[in-house]
Design a protein around this ligand. Structure first.
Ligand SMILES: Nc1ncnc2c1ncn2[C@@H]1O[C@H](COP(=O)(O)OP(=O)(O)OP(=O)(O)O)[C@@H](O)[C@H]1O
Ligand SMILES: [Mg+2]
Length: 408
């Protein structure tokens, strides 16, 4: 028997390809982003006449369309003047030094064979790039996605040389489009950079649930006949996306997973239940990935919070968590860290959303931090115990023993 037979998907016959709901799909229609698209086009329109364009900074929370709208608008500009423009898209999460960015731009504009990946100085690459641009009379748009990562890592003047490429005095027209989630990004820049960055800011606000519905529906209609989905299931995806700070990515992911789960069950219709199941699946996936990448000590701290919560259901204190942490370290043969480092790990776990803490006043005895986990304890425990170094702990079942068995 072929193990893939059960994925025949006979229940739903798709009109189109599910990839329309994937991260790589690049739509050519963006409901509720008309204003942003038109302002970006306005700002870049001077490039059509070979004149300098203003730099842009796009702000907005995750999943609000910044990257995809930028790719769309710049590709439309390239369609208009294919011989006169080069667009370099750089994700500063992957290329996070001015050097690697400069190499990348030079290779995109002048061809990879002309610039070695390393060996040249930054100045040499810069000169070569500027000469090359002048020689071929090209305008340049440099998209710096997640630009806050670049500045965070390299300091407030790391944009300086990149801005210089697009400077009028060089005889080249160009502009930089910086994309960020960080509303204080501009303030963090070096004054020297700020004065060069005569920018226009465009905000991508979070979507509300009606707007997310308008984004979802055309994609769903392209792949599914109407009687294959409940309208309320679409509304539910949109509502959950809106709750998650107006995130279109979340709404689209939910719909894709809901369709996959419906097919796997050979069911006939995408209902609210499948959307709820999809939400659980996505949340578990994220939690598992987050826990998997934690350092071992951090996983032990997390396990300690979980075990402590089982003993003290109404929230554990830092002291109680530390006591269990020390016991667990002893059991796996790892030297325990200081109280201070444990507190750092607790803060990290809180940043990842795995635990939540509240401060409780103890009157004249000061204050204490009460700690709780935020997800399902059994799932969290299972994922933390997937760590090779924590194998000896996989016997943890009944946790009250940590309170009773002082010899551990
Ligand atoms: N108005 C819209 N119309 C259609 N699809 C949209 C719209 N806004 C966002 N999307 C889709 O939502 C997903 C997320 O968008 P995008 O990657 O552009 O968000 P982002 O603002 O760059 O998020 P992040 O800050 O996390 O990088 C993409 O698949 C994109 O196609
Ligand atoms: Mg993005």
């Amino acid at each position: 028997m072929n193990p893939f037979d059960r994925y025949q998907f006979e229940s739903l016959s798709l009109k189109g390809d599910l990839s329309i709901l994937s991260a790589t799909h690049e739509p050519d229609n963006f409901p509720h982003r008309e204003e942003q698209i038109s302002r970006m086009a306005d700002a870049m329109s001077s490039l059509l006449m070979g004149m300098k364009s203003t730099h842009l900074i796009l702000y907005g929370k995750t999943g609000t369309g910044k990257t995809s709208v930028t790719k769309f608008v710049t590709s439309k500009l390239s369609e208009k003047i294919p011989d006169r423009i080069r667009v370099c898209y750089i994700n500063c999460q992957n290329y996070d030094s001015p050097y690697s960015i400069m190499v990348n731009i030079a290779r995109t504009v002048l061809g990879p064979e002309r610039i070695p990946q390393m060996g040249w100085t930054l100045d040499r690459i810069y000169e070569y790039l500027v000469d090359g641009l002048k020689g071929c009379q090209k305008n340049i748009i440099i998209v710096l996605d997640e630009v806050d990562k670049l500045v965070e890592k390299n300091g407030g003047d790391s944009l300086y040389l990149l801005l210089k490429i697009t400077d009028e005095s060089q005889g080249i027209s160009g502009s930089i489009i910086g994309i960020t989630n960080d509303t204080s990004f501009y303030e963090k820049l070096d004054p020297r950079v700020r004065s060069r960055l005569n920018k226009e800011s465009i905000v991508f606000p979070p979507y509300n649930s009606e707007q997310l519905r308008d984004i979802l529906l055309p994609r769903i209609k392209a792949i599914l006949p109407e009687d294959y989905y409940d309208e309320s299931a679409v509304n539910l995806c949109a509502a959950i996306g809106a709750q998650e700070h107006g995130d279109a990515r979340k709404a689209i992911d939910l719909m894709r997973v809901a369709i996959e789960l419906t097919m796997r069950d050979s069911a006939k219709k995408i209902t609210n239940d499948y959307v709820y199941k999809a939400r659980d699946n996505l949340e578990i996936d994220i939690m598992r990935e987050t826990i998997k990448t934690l350092p071992t000590h951090s996983k032990i701290v997390l396990l300690s919070v979980i075990l402590c919560g089982e003993i003290h259901p109404n929230s554990a204190t830092t002291g109680e968590v530390s006591a269990i942490y020390n016991k667990l370290c002893k059991q796996v043969g790892i030297t325990p860290l200081t109280q201070r480092r444990i507190s750092d790990y607790l803060s990290d776990l809180e940043d990842f959303g795995l635990i939540s803490t509240t401060l409780k006043s103890l009157g004249r005895y000061g204050r204490t931090r009460l700690i709780r986990i935020t997800g399902r304890e059994n799932d969290m425990k299972r994922y933390a115990l997937e760590d090779q170094d924590l194998k000896t702990l996989s016997e943890i079942k009944q946790n009250r023993q940590y309170k009773l068995d002082e010899n551990l």
